[in-house]
Design a protein around this ligand. Sequence first.
Ligand code: TMP
Length: 212
Amino acid sequence: MACKRGALIVLEGVDRAGKTTQCTKLVESFREAGRAAHLMRFPDRTTTIGKLISSYLENKSDLEDHTVHLLFSANRWELVPLMKKKLEEGTTLIIDRYAFSGVAFTSAKPDFSIEWCKGPDVGLPKPDLVLYLQLSPDAAAQRGEFGTERYETSSFQQRVEGRFEQLMDENSVNWQVIDASQSIDEVHDNIKRLSLSALTAAEHRPIAELWR
Ligand code: TMP
């Protein structure tokens, strides 16, 4: 590799753990430190596939469960050329949800195995760091009511949390668990420290493939 590549950093966690706030703060702090950084989120609701997903999440349309799983994955694959280009140019990508949400949410539905759910995402660019923002259901409830989108119920979110825990048992992925009950600034400081060290470790390593 001629120049140093950027790092691929993913934030995951249950709803209301603060992922979006922390992704934005992390991009700002990378830029302030003079490092190129770009924010992405999945689903990316702006593409044709993303619009189908968005309508499903807003309960405006119904899709068969396997079908919507494959659409979420296709929505990641369609952004892979852009992701690789940015990483190779030296830009760090901070991503709000990735394939782990894909697996955790679908496998929380009846009759879906984790193994089947991983299939379509095998080979995606592998994150250099996955930060899991952990928040107890009680602490999450204190942050307000759920919205009206599909999946925003406490019983479903609890099953999702269990699936995330199963995924975190695998050590092929660089998971780091963050206590999301701390203040926004404390969470940010932890995330920033881990991200900068992931960037240093990734700079001279080729981009690996997820779950392969
Ligand atoms: P968000 O845009 O508020 O993050 O919500 C997206 C919803 O879609 C959230 O409930 C998690 C869910 N989801 C999946 O079911 N599969 C996926 O692959 C992704 C990225 C999100």
